[in-house]
Design a protein. Structure first.
Length: 212
């Protein structure tokens, strides 16, 4: 068996730990040369990790065939150990891909960093199979959030202004109503008598209503 055959991934194996992960072309096009170079180096590390995982996967397959023929308990234990090793390989590959995302994240516009979250699964592509669709969803959510936030702020601002207007109206109305000349306080002995006091009050109340 040649070295190339040893490191060729089995056709029926699609586990993340043995699948090479490339950077989506849409993201790759916006990266600086420095970031591309760094990501390429990490991809080379990932390739070595995947080759080791591929060889171990073939060992597990051979052991499984032997176990069917002999039903040996020791073979079962070896299979369990190999599966544990594959799980660690898969975890290491996951961490490596998350590191690649963290490296690329500063190159993205604010708001699209969610594409780099660990909750977004990777496939053979670093940011999933349909990164353009995910980016469109993020853009739509950002627009909705902006509209909600903008309308809320506008409503709060108008509400505060309305309250200020009411308080000023009450204050001004009371200050004007509380002031009276000596003639008004004692029954309107000056020209016009009590009628002058009533006319003054009629002018005051409509002004207070407009400010409210």
């Amino acid at each position: 068996m040649t070295k190339q055959n040893e490191t060729t991934r089995p056709e029926n194996c699609e586990a993340p730990c043995v699948v090479k992960t490339k950077t989506n072309q849409l993201v790759w096009d916006i990266l600086t040369p420095e970031t591309r170079s760094s990501d390429k180096k990490l991809q080379n590390v990932e390739n070595s990790l995947l080759k080791g995982s591929t060889i171990l996967t073939k060992v597990v397959n051979r052991l499984a065939e032997m176990e069917k023929e002999k039903h040996d308990e020791e073979v079962d234990q070896l299979i369990d150990l190999c599966n544990d090793s594959l799980a660690l390989f898969g975890h290491a590959n996951h961490q490596l891909n998350m590191t690649r995302r963290d490296l690329i994240k500063p190159e993205m516009r604010y708001g699209y960093g969610h594409l780099c979250a660990s909750s977004v699964p990777y496939t053979k592509w670093l940011f999933g199979d349909d990164v353009s669709k995910k980016a469109k969803e993020i853009e739509d959510c950002s627009k909705i959030a902006y509209k909600i936030q903008h309308n809320t702020r506008g409503y709060s601002s108008r509400g505060r202004g309305y309250m200020r207007g009411r308080s000023r109206g009450r204050f001004r109305g009371r200050s004007r109503g509380s002031y009276s000349s000596p003639s008004q306080s004692y029954g309107g002995r000056s020209a016009g008598g009590g009628n002058q006091s009533k006319n003054y009050r009629k002018e005051t109340y409509p002004q207070k209503g407009k400010q409210q």
